[in-house]
Design a protein around this ligand. Structure first.
Ligand SMILES: Nc1ncnc2c1ncn2[C@@H]1O[C@H](COP(=O)(O)OP(=O)(O)O)[C@@H](O)[C@H]1O
Ligand SMILES: N[C@@H](CC(=O)OP(=O)(O)O)C(=O)O
Length: 543
């Protein structure tokens, strides 16, 4: 990475911070006590000349003082946050490529957020499940533990960094699994601690590698630098106190000893219990946007293994295409309704602080990716993306009381509130309500059935309840101002396929229409909808 200061005599260039690209760089030259002219501005640098008799070293010294003054007067020292997901750092080769990619932006001073390597989180969860029933003496033979050890040790060796950077963690991980085997149980709290080893190791390896190649980097565990969360293990929420704490720590460290920050994604520290928490699967996206908000950075970059947010899940339909622009609302809706590409809560900090989020492909950095901002030109927008959420449970609830009975909906929803279950899609009539339950809140299989039985039991006190499982929600994300056009086109497709829509909802968000169909028909519907909306001319669509 280029040094912050490059001088030739009493002319030179100085790295400065610009809050937005259109803003003038903010730097004070008063310390020179002589006229200074800023001659040229490019990127985050400003070239200048000083007309005084100062020696080059004086100028450098005073510039640094000025630069630090600007930084300490509320300006952050970092210029952007770059998050790399598991697929981007799955091996030593990938880590090298990510390092090269970061260094290809010499004008940036990034905070790097990393997920666990490849599928490490899944393997840790499986290892934990196996430990519950395998017996203490068999823990060392758990296949997933061996896989994790091999992957991390091989990566360290291939990158030429010292094995000691992760040795303690690998040892502790095995001890933890033995503890689980001894207790014969895996609580959500322990599960979070268990999966945290993934991010703790990937960041240590990557920081060590950067240092090895001469780029100064510092590793941080998010739970040590102020990521304060609720105590909702496996799905914790970031609390407001996080933002000032994280900013103070990262800015403070930069000012005393500048280095690229390498932060664990996905993790936090529970406010009450002080134990390690996780932010829900894919939570590193949220870590990145929270850091962006905390430091008021000009841009948040999320690097994935796809060319941005696509028109639908490429695993369902390979002809999916990148969506160049999205609003925060569209991206949030898309993520909430099941597009794995973004964490459901990750847009919140970015939206609150109005910081653009760029989704890019670490395997194909030249691709423009998707830019997510507060607003975009919607004049030509019809449909942006199609999202599928499978394995959804739907409830038809019909009031047993007379027509016009008030308070029915309030009673129904208070039951969900009491049981801590969130509802996704709702459609109501005078005497009935149909709704779908959010499966992501229901962590393990047995619990789902147990919780569902309980919900039905409670609802049956006031209504006739019909529980319908194996349903899918197809969400049509786009310009709901043109809902008639979207619905006309969509229903024509569904009628041709002979598919009956069991529920339809157009929420207040104005960016999403949700349709509920049988699981078995859903993928076929998505493919057909995609070809009609994205593979034929818009003019035909509007005819
Ligand atoms: N609409 C979509 N756009 C892009 N990717 C999607 C979409 N829906 C599902 N995906 C899947 O999300 C994956 C990227 O998300 P994720 O695996 O969480 O990335 P990372 O681990 O790099 O953060 C893609 O590889 C793709 O298979
Ligand atoms: N490693 C965590 C957190 C995360 O964000 O991962 P990824 O960026 O690879 O989706 C998970 O698998 O859920």
């Amino acid at each position: 990475m280029a040094s912050a200061l490059q001088f030739q005599g009493v002319q030179g260039s100085l790295a400065v911070r610009r809050r937005r690209h259109h803003c003038k760089p903010q730097i004070g030259f008063a310390a020179f006590g002589a006229p200074v002219c800023a001659r040229r501005v490019w990127g985050n640098r400003v070239a200048f000349s000083v007309t005084c008799k100062a020696s080059a070293s004086d100028v450098i010294e005073k510039s640094v003082t000025e630069y630090e003054k600007v930084s300490s007067e509320g300006e952050t020292s970092f210029t952007c946050v770059m998050k790399f997901g598991g697929s981007s750092v799955a091996s030593s080769e990938r880590m090298k490529e990510v390092a090269t990619l970061i260094l290809s932006f010499p004008e940036e001073r990034p905070i790097v957020v990393l997920s666990a390597m490849g599928k490490t989180t899944n393997k840790l969860l499986l290892a934990g499940e196996k430990a519950v029933s395998c017996g203490v003496t068999n823990v060392s033979n758990i296949e997933e533990l061996s896989f994790i050890k091999d992957l991390h040790q091989r990566t360290v060796d291939q990158l030429g960094v010292d094995r000691s950077v992760i040795a303690k963690h690998l040892e502790e991980l095995e001890q933890l699994l033995k503890g689980i085997a001894m207790m014969k149980e895996l609580t959500k709290r322990t599960q979070d601690y268990l999966v945290s080893f993934g991010e703790c190791m990937s960041t240590r390896i990557f920081a060590a590698y950067l240092n090895k190649i001469g780029v100064k980097a510092r590793q941080y565990d998010a739970f040590e630098i102020g990521f304060i969360t609720t105590d909702d293990f496996t799905n914790a929420d970031i609390l407001e106190a996080t933002y000032p704490a994280v900013a103070k720590r990262l800015n403070g460290d930069w000012l005393s000893d500048p280095a690229i920050a390498i932060v664990t994604g996905f993790l936090g520290k529970a406010r009450k219990s002080c134990a390690v928490t996780t932010l829900g699967r894919g939570g590193s996206d949220l870590t990145a946007t929270a850091i962006g908000k905390a430091l008021g950075l000009p841009e948040i970059q999320v690097w994935k293994d796809v060319d941005g947010v696509l028109t639908c899940d490429p695993n369902i339909y390979p002809k999916a295409e990148p969506v160049p622009f999205l609003t925060f609302d569209e991206a949030a809706e898309l993520a909430y309704f099941g597009a794995q590409v973004l964490h459901p809560q990750s847009m919140r900090p970015a939206r609150e602080s109005d910081i653009p989020v760029r989704v890019k492909n670490s395997y194909n950095p030249k691709a423009p990716g998707t830019l997510i901002t507060k607003a975009r030109d919607m004049s030509k927008a019809v449909l942006t993306s199609i999202v599928l959420k499978r394995n959804v449970t739907m409830l038809d609830i019909v009031s047993t009381r007379m027509l016009g009975q008030y308070g029915f909906l309030a009673k129904v929803f208070s039951i969900f509130e009491d049981l801590g279950i969130s509802v996704d899609v709702v459609a109501t009539s005078e005497v009935s309500v149909s709704l779908t339950l959010d499966p992501s809140k229901l962590w393990s299989r047995e619990l789902i059935q147990q919780e569902l039985d309980h919900v039905v039991e409670e609802l049956e006190k006031i209504a006739v309840v019909n529980l319908l499982q194996s349903r899918s929600i197809i969400s049509l994300i786009g310009n709901v101002q043109r809902s008639s056009l979207i619905l006309e086109k969509a229903f024509r497709v569904l009628r041709t396929l002979g598919v009956t829509v069991q529920m339809i909802s157009q929420g207040a968000s104005k960016v999403n229409i949700s349709l509920v169909v049988n699981d078995s028909e859903a993928e076929q519907c998505v493919r057909a909808l995609h070809s009609v909306f994205f593979e034929s001319e818009l003019s035909e669509l509007e005819s």
